[in-house]
Design a protein around this ligand. Structure first.
Ligand code: ATP
Ligand code: MG
Length: 392
């Protein structure tokens, strides 16, 4: 699948932008603050309804504007094209003179699929999958466990529609349960009120953990393969699902294990006023040649591994859906040495559409085979070379 048209209105530095995009490899060149990340962010917003940079959607809306919108047209191998639009409420009072938010924007965010307002924002997730790699993704290797859980959540929700619902149920049960545990410690609540939340926690938690384990088992061989392609066969990446429910078996067995662990931890839960075991504590241990990359990896090794993981995520989403997601690479060439950059460029050919941004056109970027080449400056995008598009 690929995105053939992108239209932005009042999003970040873009007041109005209409862009035609060909399949294949697209290069976006522009100095700092020219809108490179914002462009990829908008495509990820269409794919996931979320920004990778902030949890506050209104920050995406251009300063002073009442609303902003991203709209895209997505082309599929087997399905008819699909139009997706995400409209966000801003903090300003109006857009151009007197222009109030569109009437369909009744909340803070609204999603339209083929012109129809979707009754739930979550409905759009997975309709047009995309995977973004940014320099911040180094945190997937280096950062705290929450970053890796987020990677799992983002990837799995694009292939398993019920996963997001399970995650919401789990988080709600966790929150309620923790609240009750605190009250119970002060004798303000009893065990009977805890039981239904424990059941919900277990039910959703078991599915989440089974999904994560299955996803990782698919991700592992692909990441291993990519890592060796990116390092000229010199590094072997490893990935272990680190969870109290790892390897716990089928759903029924997993449920028994989870319940038993919760019972065993009950005294500690009461002391701490918080649930001590479960998928909210999951992690993925990433190794190179058997050693923790988080603790022992060089910066370049960590970066390459993070990249291999993201590319693997994209390929697994592709395997599960039968079509590869759009690959978005934000500024990831600047820190790779020449050989690794060359290996990465070679790999990109296996995706249906790739959007690459860079602040500088290095030799290896110049020499690569681009379907289209764009230059960005102050919220304007100009296509300077390419096969498709209106102003090529
Ligand atoms: N809500 C907003 N409204 C208007 N402008 C914004 C908003 N949020 C960010 N900006 C501005 O948009 C510009 C483009 O930001 P962006 O992060 O896309 O640049 P970039 O090309 O990725 O830069 P870099 O090379 O430094 O990563 C910046 O000047 C930023 O301050
Ligand atoms: Mg940027």
């Amino acid at each position: 699948m690929y995105i053939s048209k992108l239209r932005l209105q009042y999003l970040r530095c873009y007041q109005q932008l209409t862009l035609d995009l060909p399949p294949g490899q697209n290069l976006f060149l522009g100095p700092n603050a020219s809108g490179k990340t914002s462009l990829l962010e908008a495509i990820l917003l269409l794919a996931t309804t979320k920004s990778p940079r902030t949890t506050y959607d209104r920050e995406l809306v251009q300063w002073g504007r009442a609303w902003g919108q991203a709209a895209g047209r997505f082309e599929f191998d087997s399905d008819p094209p699909r139009a997706i639009a995400v409209t966000l409420l801003g903090q300003g009072s109006s857009n151009t003179a007197g222009e109030a938010p569109p009437s369909y924007l009744t909340g803070a965010k609204c999603v339209q699929i083929d012109g129809q307002v979707a009754n739930s924002v979550a409905r759009v997730v997975g309709q047009a999958p995309a995977v973004l790699f940014t320099p911040d993704d180094l945190d997937v290797v280096k950062g705290p466990p929450g970053v890796r859980r987020r990677l799992l959540n983002m990837a799995i929700s694009q292939i398993t529609p019920r996963y997001l619902a399970d995650l919401h149920r789990y988080r709600r049960a966790l929150q309620q349960r923790n609240e009750l545990l605190k009250q119970m410690a002060q004798h303000k609540a009893d065990g009977a009120s805890l039981a239904p939340w424990t059941s919900q926690l277990v039910e959703a938690g078991v599915r989440i953990s089974a999904d994560r384990e299955q996803f990782l088992s698919q991700l592992r061989p692909v990441a291993t393969q990519l890592q060796s392609q990116l390092t000229g066969d010199t590094e072997q990446i490893g990935m272990r699902y680190s969870s109290s429910l790892a390897g716990a078996g089928d759903e029924e067995q997993r449920e028994a294990v989870f319940r038993e662990q919760l019972e065993r931890q009950f005294d500690r839960e009461l002391q701490r006023g918080a649930t001590q075991v479960g998928p909210h504590r999951d992690d993925v241990e990433i190794t190179a040649d058997g050693r923790s990359l988080r603790r022992f990896g060089s910066q370049g090794q960590q970066r390459t591994a993070a990249l291999a993981l993201k590319l693997a995520e994209a390929q697994v989403i592709g395997q599960r859906r039968g079509e590869l997601p759009i690959l978005l690479l934000d500024d990831c060439f600047s820190e790779l040495d020449k050989r690794r950059a060359g290996w990465l460029l070679e790999l990109l050919g296996s995706f249906q559409q790739v959007l690459v941004t860079s602040a500088a056109a290095s030799d290896s970027l110049r020499k690569a085979d681009w379907a289209a080449w764009y230059e960005l400056e102050g919220g304007e995008v100009r296509q300077t070379q390419g096969v498709a598009g209106t102003d090529g």
